[in-house]
Write a protein that binds this ligand. Structure first.
Ligand SMILES: C[S@@+](CC[C@H](N)C(=O)[O-])C[C@H]1O[C@@H](n2cnc3c(N)ncnc32)[C@H](O)[C@@H]1O
Length: 288
């Protein structure tokens, strides 16, 4: 028996091409040829949930707008949300240093692909430690296209092994341990959760529901899913949202120098504004 004949739903190359085109248009995500199996298994769940028996019919109904809310579920199913606390740990001392440099000011930080929350909580913990308080002067806006991960992030509940790399002091100071049927789970303390506001945001959208100038923008491990023109466009929209000495943190395999001439390297995968862009932003700050 061939592998295809044991599949629960028929899924052919044309279906894959359709999915690929739809998710690219909607989320900017470029799926490689090797992702066929992944697409099948993730969307097979949507077929089961909607009771549709073939990929072709599912995609027809999706495109025809016959299933309310299904675009969101389709998108949620196809995002990759891998993340962890203090991922790419070398970024956080730099964040702490930047926060301390701005002591006495209200810091604003945008975490633009926050996934299940480990990244914004790591940012919040870093700022708390920098100012030695659970109520530091910081507002963190955490956004993602995937509404499921945002709900997980806002809940702030994780299996205990997710925080095992944190120091014992960090675990105690920033998390509550579950008891009874919640044993084995931890929850970010309310003070930490209060520092972060979550909202859905598609980096591909023409309008972003985001205002102001940020001290720091985190955009890590999401640009890798986008092609160069998309990356260029997004970076050109980050620049006016940065304070003159603002920092932009990228993922380990993301090099923005080839994509934007308004940015220069400040550290390993950390960027700041180039001189010209910086003076434009200084002018904007004065006018504001
Ligand atoms: C691999 S995770 C990275 C999470 C975190 N930034 C980190 O580095 O650990 C990528 C995240 O980008 C989000 N994403 C994908 N396309 C997006 C888009 N067009 N707009 C906003 N977020 C998007 C996904 O939902 C996912 O949560």
């Amino acid at each position: 028996m061939s592998r295809d004949t044991v599949k629960e739903f028929e899924f052919n190359g044309r279906d894959f091409e359709r999915v690929r085109a739809l998710i690219y248009k909607r989320a900017g995500i470029s799926l490689a040829d090797s992702k066929q199996e992944m697409v099948y298994s993730r969307l097979a769940r949507r077929l089961r949930a909607t009771g549709i028996m073939s990929f072709a019919k599912y995609l027809d109904d999706l495109e025809a707008g016959k299933m309310p809310g299904e675009w969101e579920s389709f998108t949620n199913a196809l995002t990759t949300n891998l993340t962890s606390f203090f991922r790419e740990a070398h970024h956080f001392p730099l964040l702490a240093e930047h926060a301390k440099k701005h002591r006495g000011e209200q810091l604003t930080i945008w975490c633009s692909a926050s996934s299940t929350g480990e990244e914004p909580y790591s940012i919040a913990i870093t700022v708390c430690e920098a100012f030695n308080t659970l109520t530091p002067p910081v507002q963190i806006i955490a956004t993602d296209i995937d509404t499921n991960v945002l709900a997980t992030a806002a809940n702030g509940i994780y299996p205990i092994d997710r925080i095992e790399k944190l120091t014992a002091d960090q675990q105690r100071r920033f998390f509550l341990r579950g008891k009874g049927d919640k044993a084995g789970m931890v929850r970010a303390r309310p003070e930490l959760r209060q520092l972060i506001t979550y909202r859905p945001l598609n980096l591909l959208d023409e309008q972003w529901d985001i205002r102001g100038q940020f001290d720091v923008i985190f955009c890590r491990n999401v640009m890798i899913y986008f092609d160069k023109p998309t990356q260029r466009k997004i970076l050109s929209r980050f620049v006016p949202l940065m304070k003159p000495d603002g920092l932009l943190f990228a993922g380990h395999s993301e090099n923005f120098l080839y994509v934007s001439d308004a940015l220069k390297l400040r550290g390993k995968t950390v960027y700041e504004l180039e001189d010209k862009a910086r003076s434009v932003q200084q002018g904007m700050q004065k006018r504001a």
